[in-house]
Ligand binder design. Structure first.
Ligand code: AMP
Length: 298
């Protein structure tokens, strides 16, 4: 193996399942971080959380074709497995699960899928039809292979996190979902593998998104409770930046992801926008009483 022997790289589901069963037999807790690779500090924050809480840390690196639409960036999605494995090893990961596509989908396609329901049809699901069904399906498969574990997901993908929380309840999966705060560059841009697509000018323009969200957060802290006003505020701010076009902004109940009109308990202000060929999503968690627990600056 080119990397440290301390970390195992496994590409077979059966071998991973055996390793996980073996760990649990030895009473070791399993922490699982599913990713699509091209790792950054956001992913590493999840890995560190797992490293702190669990005995065995597993990271999966799999660009899941099922969650990409026909016109989306599956082929272009950034990949650098050697770098990812090095980063995993340095972060103290025990097992990197790196299945080829035909290991996850041996028949090339799938007959049986997991539907994301209402959560799969709104916001991200509306603009990316089938995307969250693909996420639900691959996460169910990964949870089936890994087995009983704590699984770490980023608040950055708030709708995905809400979906996974619901998925494990609806399907009785033996998984404890841990949500982790969004990691940002010091200037506020939420880290994302897709930031690679941004030209320097687009990146500068994209800063309007976190600025608008922080402004929304401040307005809520200052007492604003109307979701309409918060949506308007974000829409106006983003409209001032010609390099970015807003796809949606909404205020959602943090637990159910239902649109709210009054911010009287924990809510998520979530948006998606295009900057050049990059599609960016971001959000802040706000509460009726103050700042949400979602911020972490690198
Ligand atoms: P991805 O590789 O984009 O599928 O992301 C894998 C996991 O990392 C998901 O749970 C994401 O929510 C999480 N993640 C991605 N970016 C960030 C970020 N900036 N801060 C925290 N978590 C993140």
């Amino acid at each position: 193996m080119p990397w440290d022997e301390a970390m195992r790289s496994i590409d077979s589901s059966a071998v991973l399942r055996e390793a996980m069963d073996d760990s649990r037999c030895r009473d070791l807790s399993v922490g699982f971080v599913p990713t699509m690779g091209y790792l950054h500090e956001g992913h590493l924050s999840l890995i560190r959380r797992a490293r702190e809480a669990d005995d065995v840390v597993v990271v999966s690196i799999f660009v899941n074709p099922l969650q990409f639409g026909e016109a989306e960036d599956l082929d272009d999605y950034p990949r650098d497995l050697d770098r990812d494995l090095k980063m995993c090893q340095e972060a103290g990961v025990d097992i990197a699960f790196v299945p080829p596509v035909d290991e996850m989908y041996p028949h090339g396609s799938v007959e049986t899928t997991v539907g994301a329901g209402r959560l799969g049809k709104i916001l991200e699901g509306d603009l990316r039809p089938g995307h969250l069904d693909g996420v639900a399906t691959v996460c169910t498969k990964l949870f089936s292979i890994v087995g009983r574990c704590r699984a770490y997901f980023g608040q950055k993908d708030a709708q995905q996190l809400a979906l996974i929380r619901r998925l494990v309840i609806d399907l009785d999966l033996p998984v404890e979902v841990v949500g982790c705060p969004t990691v940002r560059d010091p200037d506020g841009l939420a880290l994302s593998s897709r930031n690679l697509y941004l030209s320097p000018s687009e990146r500068e323009g994209a800063l309007v998104l976190s600025r608008a969200l922080f402004e929304a957060e401040e307005a809520v802290v200052a007492g604003e409770r109307s979701a309409d006003k918060i949506r308007d505020l974000v829409t106006r701010r983003v409209a001032e930046e010609p390099r970015v076009s807003l796809q949606y902004v909404d205020v959602l109940d943090a637990a159910t992801f239902e649109t709210v009109s009054e911010i009287d308990h924990e809510a998520v202000v979530a948006l998606a926008a295009l900057a050049g060929k990059a599609r960016l999503i971001d959000n802040v968690v706000v509460t009726g009483t103050g700042r949400g627990p979602d911020q972490e600056v690198e």
